[in-house]
Design a protein around this ligand. Structure first.
Ligand SMILES: NC(=O)C1=CN([C@@H]2O[C@H](COP(=O)(O)OP(=O)(O)OC[C@H]3O[C@@H](n4cnc5c(N)ncnc54)[C@H](OP(=O)(O)O)[C@@H]3O)[C@@H](O)[C@H]2O)C=CC1
Ligand SMILES: O=C(CO)COP(=O)(O)O
Length: 318
């Protein structure tokens, strides 16, 4: 078995290490020939995961053909870059494509599986759920969801991508899986902002829970399954990301709450996804006040003003 991974950032590298640790051949592709040569020399990724050594069967490469020659292709680039990466690929027709990104494309409102399917005829899946790259790379236990509409392809991928420290569950609901993974990042920004501003753990619990209600509302409207949102790719990832400073989305929220600035070079999927989701919510008439508050915070609205507006909405049934 061989697995190709496009994107040698934190997540692509962590997955490569875990999969290659089981002696599977992994071609980890990155766009910078210099970076990939350095990874091959050091047998680690000095920029994104400096403490994790590469197993022998992990091959860092800048040659796309090496990754495209594998039996499965994982796409571990940021959501807003996925279209550009896919456009440049001349793919073998039956090569399964597994999105490993979490977000909604700003220009189209599409999640990763819908985007892949709009551009390529290949079988499309998503691997998502609660997992920090640092944990996976250390060999710590994680559980992920593999969603694919075709159960034969999906269960084959489930078995191929399960490793000693990644337990993969299969579901067919790709829409629910991509919505859960995308929207939890928006709620993580909101929770981080509450903690950063000193509003307390009770406020965080309220935002997490009411944020989950927003996620369910959007998912239900779009036709996703409620069970998917309650699973690893929804509630599971929401719980992780809203409670840990390892999350970049949560940390962006912390800085918003503290009135500090955040490094623009860091991948934070929730920012563009909040805007894309709010556009969709307006189009479909879905009430998403926390998502709207996150967009206002990103646009510079004072946190206390934004929170007052959120809390002073008309009272309603839960
Ligand atoms: N980090 C984590 O813990 C987890 C991340 N994810 C998801 O994985 C996805 C990727 O995130 P992550 O790996 O953390 O991000 P990083 O910022 O660590 O890495 C992003 C990678 O994508 C590459 N890249 C960006 N744009 C392009 C492009 N146009 N063409 C080719 N490569 C490109 C970058 O290359 P370069 O270095 O050259 O800029 C870099 O290698 C996100 O959607 C994230 O939500 C999911 C679960 C866990
Ligand atoms: O998706 C993640 C954990 O499941 C990673 O979260 P961040 O992108 O916020 O770091």
């Amino acid at each position: 078995m061989s697995v190709g991974i496009l994107g040698a950032g934190a997540f692509g590298t962590a997955l490569a290490i875990s999969i290659a640790s089981g002696r599977t051949t992994v071609q980890l592709w990155g766009r910078s020939a210099d970076d990939m040569a350095e990874q091959a020399r050091q047998r680690r990724n000095p920029r994104y995961l400096p403490d994790a050594a590469y197993p022998d069967t992990l091959h860092p490469t800048a040659d796309l053909a090496e990754a495209l020659g594998c039996e499965v292709l994982l796409l571990a680039v940021p959501m807003q870059r996925l279209r550009d990466v896919l456009r440049g690929l001349d793919l073998p027709p039956h090569l399964p494509l597994v999105a490993c990104c979490k977000g909604i494309e700003l220009a189209t409102g599409l999640g990763p599986v819908r985007l892949i399917s709009s551009l390529k005829p290949n079988p499309a899946a998503i691997l998502t759920g609660p997992s920090f790259a640092q944990d996976i790379a250390k060999g710590l236990p994680t559980a992920l969801t593999l969603a694919c509409a075709d159960p034969l392809v999906g269960t084959a991928l489930q078995h191929k991508l399960s490793t000693a420290n990644i337990r993969v569950y299969y579901i067919s609901d790709t829409l629910g899986a991509e919505l859960g993974g995308a929207l939890k990042n928006v709620m993580a920004i909101a929770c981080g902002a509450a903690i950063g501003a000193g509003l307390g753990d009770s406020a965080r619990a309220a935002l997490l829970t009411r944020g989950f209600a927003e996620m369910q509302r959007m998912a239900h409207h779009m036709g996703a399954r409620a069970e998917t949102l309650a699973g690893l790719s929804g509630l599971g990832d929401l719980a992780l990301t809203c409670t840990s400073e390892l999350s970049r989305n949560f940390r962006l929220g912390l800085t918003l709450g503290r009135g500090e600035s955040f490094d623009k070079g860091v991948t934070v999927e929730g920012a563009a996804t909040a805007r894309a989701t709010l556009d969709q919510a307006k189009t479909h008439g879905i009430d998403m006040p926390i998502t709207q508050t996150v967009v206002r915070l990103l646009d510079g609205t004072d946190l206390h003003k934004a929170m007052d507006d959120l809390l002073s909405r008309p009272l309603k049934e839960e």
